[in-house]
Design a protein around this ligand. Structure first.
Ligand SMILES: Cc1cc2nc3c(=O)[nH]c(=O)nc-3n(C[C@H](O)[C@H](O)[C@H](O)COP(=O)(O)OP(=O)(O)OC[C@H]3O[C@@H](n4cnc5c(N)ncnc54)[C@H](O)[C@@H]3O)c2cc1C
Length: 331
């Protein structure tokens, strides 16, 4: 167990962030003692993986908790991964071992423990397709618990953990149920190219799908090591009939989902004339309007200002209030 005082927190947006303290601990054994210590001191905490979905202020008045464990264990087609394990390492290990269902989620930055928080998803798949259960530490009752996937209210970039009722859980381990039979999921239009290139479904391997997804991601999204970012900054919104009309009249793609009609937030931002728009060192990416980039010296205040500008401009034009995807502290 290691406690660091006044320490910098690395984050994919590249903001300068100093936390009051950071605890690098083993979540499966150290949490009861550390949480009790923080409670006794009346200190608040924030659990952090790689901070690839967080926008944090320069002075973070909290104790940051990070899991040092990176273990993956297998039992037949059940895979149990520690929250500190890198997500893409887990995907690569599963594909290599001949267990399938994660390949479309290749290349998503971050740690395993954060994956259920927003039910990570990409290229026609989401974590909930394979999630069996999570082991959590309940910071109210101070005990470890097992929560089945169907108790987690997993939705589009959403889960129980994002709500008030779930905020007291810390994810310790994730238990996935994978398949030993590879069935390609090519529901995402960009992946159909694999078939169009002359490969029939039986010729495809999970590795070729993974490699294609990694290539598509590299072409579409700015690399956070070059231009800091948190991936998609806003969720695609659900629409009522009036909002739908406004989107269609401005040539914004509207599509039907099992919950109702949704629109492309990227197109709404673009049609609002905001692609390339800047607030100091924060900029709406010229590559992808859903991404806010750090030009190198962006501050937390500039990012929040740009986010607010986008929300207001899009609301004026489409009567839709875009909801951010990353957690913006302290909102
Ligand atoms: C270039 C880029 C591309 C991206 N593409 C995608 C994508 O395709 N699909 C997608 O879904 N996301 C995407 N993201 C967002 C991000 O990668 C995911 O949300 C990822 O799961 C965040 O992992 P993390 O470890 O960085 O979490 P952090 O950013 O550290 O934390 C995110 C949230 O989870 C909470 N949290 C973290 N760990 C735990 C834990 N163990 N227990 C309880 N709460 C916890 C944090 O408190 C915070 O609220 C992208 C980000 C970037 C930078």
């Amino acid at each position: 167990m290691q406690r660091l005082i006044n320490t910098a927190i690395d984050n994919s947006f590249g903001l300068r962030v100093d936390a009051q303290e950071a605890w690098h601990i083993a979540f499966d054994s150290d949490l009861p003692e550390v949480i009790q210590t923080l409670k006794d001191r009346c200190s608040n905490w924030l659990v952090v993986g790689d901070a690839s979905n967080l926008i944090l202020p320069s002075q973070l008045p909290l104790a940051v908790l990070q899991d040092t464990r990176k273990t993956i264990t297998w039992e037949d087609d059940q895979l149990v991964a520690a929250s500190g394990c890198a997500w893409d390492h887990l995907v690569a290990a599963a594909v290599e071992a001949g267990y399938f269902g994660l390949e479309n989620l290749s290349g998503i930055p971050g740690r395993v423990g954060a994956a259920p928080i927003q039910n990570i998803g990409a290229y026609g798949a989401q974590l909930s397709d394979t999630l069996h259960s999570v082991r959590v530490f309940n910071t109210q009752s101070m005990v470890y618990e097992e929560l089945p996937a169907n108790a987690l209210r997993l939705g589009y970039r959403d889960s129980l953990f994002k709500s008030k009722e779930g905020a007291h859980y810390i994810v310790v381990e994730v238990n996935l149920h994978l398949s030993s039979v590879f069935t390609p999921n090519l529901s995402y239009p960009g992946l159909n190219v694999l078939l169009a290139q002359g490969r029939s479904a039986p010729d495809l391997t999970a590795l070729s799908v993974r490699e294609h997804v990694l290539r598509l991601r590299g072409e579409k999204l700015p690399d956070p090591r070059i231009r800091g970012n948190v991936g998609s900054f806003f969720k695609n919104p659900m629409l009522d009939s009036m909002q739908r009309e406004k989107c269609l009249s401005r040539d914004v793609t509207v599509y039907r989902t099992e919950y109702g009609f949704k629109a492309s937030a990227a197109q709404m931002i673009q049609r609002s004339g905001l692609k390339g728009h800047r607030s100091g060192g924060a900029k709406v990416s010229s590559q992808h309007a859903l991404v806010i980039e750090n030009l190198g010296d962006a501050t937390y205040e500039e990012v929040v200002h740009l986010k607010n500008e986008i929300q207001h401009r899009v609301s004026d034009i489409f009567s839709v209030w875009l909801e951010p995807e990353p957690q913006i502290f302290p909102q």
